[in-house]
Design a protein around this ligand. Structure first.
Ligand SMILES: CCCCCCCCCCCCC/C=C/[C@@H](O)[C@H](COP(=O)(O)O)NC(=O)CCCCCCCCCCCCCCC
Ligand SMILES: Nc1ncnc2c1ncn2[C@@H]1O[C@H](COP(=O)(O)OP(=O)(O)O)[C@@H](O)[C@H]1O
Ligand SMILES: [Ca+2]
Length: 547
């Protein structure tokens, strides 16, 4: 021991091996000592990564067992695992059982370790509100939480209130309306869709309490005081993958326990009269919108529904016209084509945080500053492009996931105040397949003549007005027979030429026929508009403004 703690080092035994153990302010170290008193291997664990200290000889996994002996104590800590091809990113619970010379010494060790934990790990949560989506991914949410996560929380002295949801949006509504006093954070056991529910709930609640109207585009939204922990149990889980680096419930639980946090960019998505939505991973129109709409019918397939629907939509060979306007971010600060990779402590994000929140000394104090510094007009000129696209994607983070280990935009940053806009112009089906396929390897998906990527602060999209689309059809943009459904559709377009009407009408029609793909089949033509996939949710509007 040192400092205000007792003195040290002292001898401890693990089995019949003798160790010299020291607790300095920030580290707990133990060194094996041989018979001639020479040091052998040292293990050093930052106090911040000690999960728990227990009297006796204790096991947690696979089952808790306690041998309540007088001179022993067990230390649990974060151990970085070298397996799984993700060196250091995969975390496991390390455990070491020490024996002391006396009970008094044992009690001193446990007392000092616990005091050090309190002093050097002040950001740990004590009480968490946990939401489990029992139907996410492979429907293993409950099992994952109870068998892998709950024992770790208990060991770390965290008490949790668990809610297994019975309907969509229950978690969001709970966060919007119920008493949250006493909770240090919320935990999402589910996928990106479930994370999005919690995100909407927390952002909405924070604005309500600040007396702000979140639907007002001019409102300077307040950052949320509660953090969201993610235990991956969904289908894509890219918020977890892009922030933690692996999909592993134990790793995520350990990050939550030690109070790790990572700020995230959130994109607001607005349509004049509708409620504001938020996106952190994928806001996608065209291909990704159609894949989501198609996949909703095949939920029973679990995560495979996306691969199946991806193939079906790919084969339907669609493209959509529209106008995309974007406000470029400062090109001197970063570029989506540079080869940086954003991780915890990323320097681009730290610099942006400093720029966006000049009064905060570190990212932690983000939570006490606000967004009034952001003004979309300050970064340059809006750029407008118009044409036919296979897909339009906006992602605030890399959106890496198991399907695409580097993600939609490998150099995107988690918290730099920008998103990457990927425009894939209409092209030959094989070209588009090449683009998609490059997401599965390290090949550059942006190095194709029909692909553009821009780092942006804001985006606007509008589908063509009825008349423009009709003209396009008359020129022969969409070929094939006209049947009942399509006639109804074109009629509507020519009767009310308004742009928004077209979008609303199309969505209604798609909703009737369940998906744009089926709509395409029943009408034997592509629909004129796709839908927006907002982090796995279909948006009920087509023309949007994102910031
Ligand atoms: C030929 C192989 C092509 C592989 C293409 C892989 C592209 C993967 C990009 C993934 C970006 C993921 C962005 C995350 C979005 C999530 O927010 C969101 C919600 O997640 P949740 O269900 O966990 O709640 N997820 C999604 O919207 C899912 C998008 C997944 C798209 C997968 C598309 C697979 C395409 C397969 C095409 C195969 C063509 C074959 C032709 C013969
Ligand atoms: N009990 C429930 N019943 C039905 N839907 C739910 C329930 N709880 C959450 N949801 C919704 O399920 C959707 C998908 O959840 P998610 O956990 O992201 O799984 P997946 O990754 O498989 O899509 C989310 O949009 C969420 O709102
Ligand atoms: Ca970003």
């Amino acid at each position: 021991f040192d400092g205000d703690l007792d003195s040290g080092p002292s001898s401890l035994w693990v089995g019949n091996k003798r160790y010299r153990a020291v607790l300095t302010g920030w580290h707990f170290r133990w060194t094996e000592v041989d018979k001639k008193n020479r040091d052998k291997k040292t293990v050093s664990v930052p106090v911040a990564e000690v999960v728990g200290v227990e009297e006796g000889r204790v096991e947690i996994l696979p089952q808790k067992s306690v041998e309540d002996t007088d001179k022993d104590f067990t230390v649990f800590y974060v151990k970085r695992s070298s397996s799984g091809g993700s060196y250091g990113l995969l975390w496991r619970l390390g455990r070491i059982q020490f024996s002391c010379a006396s009970r008094v010494l044992r009690d001193q060790w446990t007392k000092h370790l616990r005091t050090a934990l309190k002093t050097h790990s002040p950001l740990r949560p004590h009480r968490l509100l946990v939401f489990i989506n029992p139907f996410g991914g492979k429907k293993k949410g409950r099992q994952i939480y109870h068998s892998l996560v709950a024992p770790l929380f208990e060991l770390a002295g965290i008490s949790s209130h668990v809610i297994v949801t019975e309907r969509a949006n229950q978690a969001r509504d709970h966060l919007l309306k119920k008493d949250l006093t006493g909770f240090d954070g919320v935990v999402c056991v589910g996928g990106d869709g479930m994370f999005s529910e919690l995100l909407h709930g927390l952002i909405g609640r924070t604005q309500q309490e600040a007396g702000l109207c979140e639907n007002d585009p001019a409102a300077a939204l307040q950052p949320c005081p509660l953090h969201i922990g993610i235990i991956p149990a969904g289908s894509t889980d890219c918020v977890c993958y892009a922030t933690v680096g692996v999909i592993d419930p134990v790793t995520s639980a350990l990050h939550i326990i030690i109070g790790d946090s990572q700020p995230l960019d959130v994109c607001s998505v607005r349509q004049s009269s509708a409620r504001v939505r938020y996106s952190v991973s994928l806001l996608g129109y065209g291909f990704y919108g159609d894949v989501l709409a198609e996949s909703e019918k095949h939920r029973w397939m679990g995560p495979l529904r996306y691969d199946y629907s991806g193939t079906v939509v790919y084969l339907s060979n669609r493209s959509y016209s529209g106008v995309v306007q974007y406000l470029p971010a400062d090109p001197l600060l970063s570029s989506p084509r540079d080869k940086t990779r954003c991780l915890a402590g990323c320097s681009v994000c730290s610099r942006s945080t400093e720029r966006l929140f000049p009064h905060s000394s570190d990212s932690g104090s983000l939570y006490s500053s606000h967004f009034s510094q952001f003004s979309p007009g300050s970064e340059g000129q809006w750029v407008s492009v118009e044409g036919r696209f296979r897909c339009i994607s906006l992602t605030c983070m890399s959106s890496s996931c198991a399907r695409s280990p580097l993600g939609l935009s490998p150099s995107a940053h988690l918290a730099d105040g920008t998103g990457d806009l990927v425009l894939v112009w209409d092209t030959h089906p094989l070209g588009f397949l090449k683009f998609l396929h490059r997401h599965t390897s390290t090949q550059d998906q942006f190095d194709l003549p029909f692909v553009e990527v821009h780092r942006v602060k804001a985006v606007r999209f509008s589908a063509p007005s009825g008349r423009e689309e009709q003209e396009y059809e008359e020129i022969g943009g969409l070929s094939g027979e006209t049947d009942e459904g399509q006639r109804e559709y074109v009629d509507t377009v020519s009767r009310n030429g308004s742009r928004q009407h077209l979008a609303e009408r199309a969505v209604t029609h798609e909703q009737k026929t369940a998906t744009p793909f089926l709509c395409g089949l029943c009408c034997r033509k592509s629909p004129a508009v796709s839908v927006w996939n907002c982090d796995g949710e279909i948006l009920p509007f087509t023309d949007i403004v994102c910031k």
